[in-house]
Design a protein around this ligand. Sequence first.
Ligand code: ZN
Length: 329
Amino acid sequence: MVRMTPSAARRAVPADRTVRRTRPPVTAAVLTTLLTVLLTALPAMLPGTLPGATARADGRGDPGAAGHRTAGGAGAEADGARAAGTAGTRAPKRAGAIVSLTFDDGDATHPAVARMLERHGMRGTFYVNTGTVGHELKLTRRGLAAIARAGHEIGGHTLTHLRLPELSVAEQRAQICDDRRKLVAWGYRPATLAYPFGSVDARAEAAARRCGYDAARDVGGLREFSCPACPAAETLPPRDRHAIRTASSAGPDTPLRRLKQQVFDAEKSGGVLPLVFHRVCEDCGDYSVSPKLLEDFLGWLATRGSHGTAVRPLGEAVGARYRPLPRGE
Ligand SMILES: [Zn+2]
């Protein structure tokens, strides 16, 4: 969308109206078509001569996604302009979405999950409780290192997975800052946090900020059976980057079609769809999904690239930056 100064807008509107009134509609249509063809062909004819224009329209804040349109940002405006240029016809392509696959609790099954993602050319986000690393059924330091080495995002999930709103300020600081400090000491650069149980209030958000997290993930708030009127995807930039919305966590009863539907809906609205998983194993608890379900979903998700949909770690999707822990925290 081109923004004009008020005076430019005042000049432009009558001129546009005059053209429409005085020229026969056929001439206007021919001119529009010629202009559209020219604008479409120009970048292809002159490769590399318009890098700023194409890069900004296609992947602002998403350097790894060449050609992918971030629907909530500049890409949506480009689509809008194209739709407007075709005078009332529908936009030929859907906006597409960014899907972020997030895995909570530093589970022992996660190194295998990470490899599964890698086989599909995808990278996810793994939220770890440093206080339980090395415990039974949890990640080991070595497992965590292997996940990070492969290019996945490592984020904080607090020391021991308590409900943050029930804690004092000092306890919140210990849970969030000390966990983050430990991740940094282990060589990671955590930029995003996931609140345990998706349990968050204004105090917990303030604590996340104070500990240097540039963004944080909630659980819930997006469209699902219990909230048909909720948005299908988080906006880009997020409405509140320290309370990024998701659909509810996937579990043993989650059918493949629900995951697909969430992606379809997000593709229509644009934005980022963070999906929340925990353990990935057969019949192993309330918050587990089977390896087959995840494999089938990833195989299908990989085909959505042709619809403008890309898979990115959550921090990358929302442009979260690593910041050192503030002094005194
Ligand atoms: Zn958790």
